[in-house]
Design a protein around this ligand. Sequence first.
Ligand code: ADP
Ligand code: MG
Length: 400
Amino acid sequence: MKTIEDLDVAGKRVFVRADLNVPLDGSTITDDGRIRAVAPTIAKLLERGAKVVVASHLGRPKGEPDPKFSLAPVAARLGEILGRPVAFATDTVGESATAAVAALGEGEVALLENLRFNAGETSKDDAERKAFAEQLAALADLYVGDGFGAVHRKHASVFDLPALLPHAAGDLIATEVGVLKRLTDEVARPYVVVLGGAKVSDKLGVIDNLLKKADRILIGGGMAYTFLKAKGHEVGISLLQEDQIPTVLDYLKRAEDTGVEFVLPVDVLVSAEFPDLKTKAPADFETVDADEIPADKEGLDIGPKSRELFASKLADAGTVFWNGPMGVFEHPDYAGGTSAVAQALVDSDAFTVVGGGDSAAAVRILGFDETKFGHISTGGGASLEYLEGKQLPGLTALEG
Ligand code: ADP
Ligand code: MG
């Protein structure tokens, strides 16, 4: 894979595919980690006299403009981080984008509006995607892929565009891939993996491959209830992926056969209702053993005994990969499990990697010092698919 040092960028229009998909509360950015992560690549290109055209997706608009998903707040924040003005185009390949790019001088930067305001970006039809990639290619001379969080997507700006322009990987992608290699090729043991979060079916796949690599797998968050149910426990109205129970049973069986230790919560915080994340009004919850969840209640965090158990399983780790919060950390009453795991990572001497948009945001929102972790990844799905052993379209495209 070429790096940006291999490109002669002075005076050239350089298209940087970034992942600026940050969490927003209205138009307020609640965690700017992804913007800070790609800023050094952009700064380096600007210093070398490039005319930088930055593009990203944000959220899941439906292939047409939707002000809720505008990148305008991101342009302002990127400008603050870079310490220089960032021109903002109100479209992606239209008049505004063309004018903004034409106006760029050497060492100047523009951000295009959300790539996903265009149906071609995510289209499953190769021709439609390629047509959009060609429109993007007209705006640039060179391509730098640095949107690590999107490299598992076969999207126009990620997969098709690099084929149309001389290209290289940005520094963020180079770093992220280096870390993932450390998790697959040369792992310090014990290798402990912690999985949680809400995207259960997306994440179960990674366990298949991790069963061959990890020594211990800790399961919390919304994921845990499918495991508890598979073991025959009542899970009430908790998040449940009923159709995945056979898969989960197979994992548990294989883990037993190969000596991989599966650790499930032994107690959980349950409530009859999902908490109000806007007002953060105190929740009405109780702590119950994991095999005693009432039929009318939902598990929303791992309990105190589980937090201690998980911390003890992390204490002697050589390597930790953590993806997915242990509970609904957005509410203070259900943030304790996620905090406990984050603290255990901070306390350990292991090489610790946190992956996943919400997990990474949780670590920062809960007040942990980022520098206390080995690496906080900007990609959730991308990291998981890499660890699953899949080919990632955005990386394949940069290799060619
Ligand atoms: P990541 O972005 O780190 O990959 P996910 O997107 O899979 O993680 O999941 C994050 C979400 O999971 C958070 O919004 C959190 O509130 C939610 N979550 C965690 N535990 C539970 C639970 N027990 N029930 C419902 N949602 C949960
Ligand atoms: Mg998420």
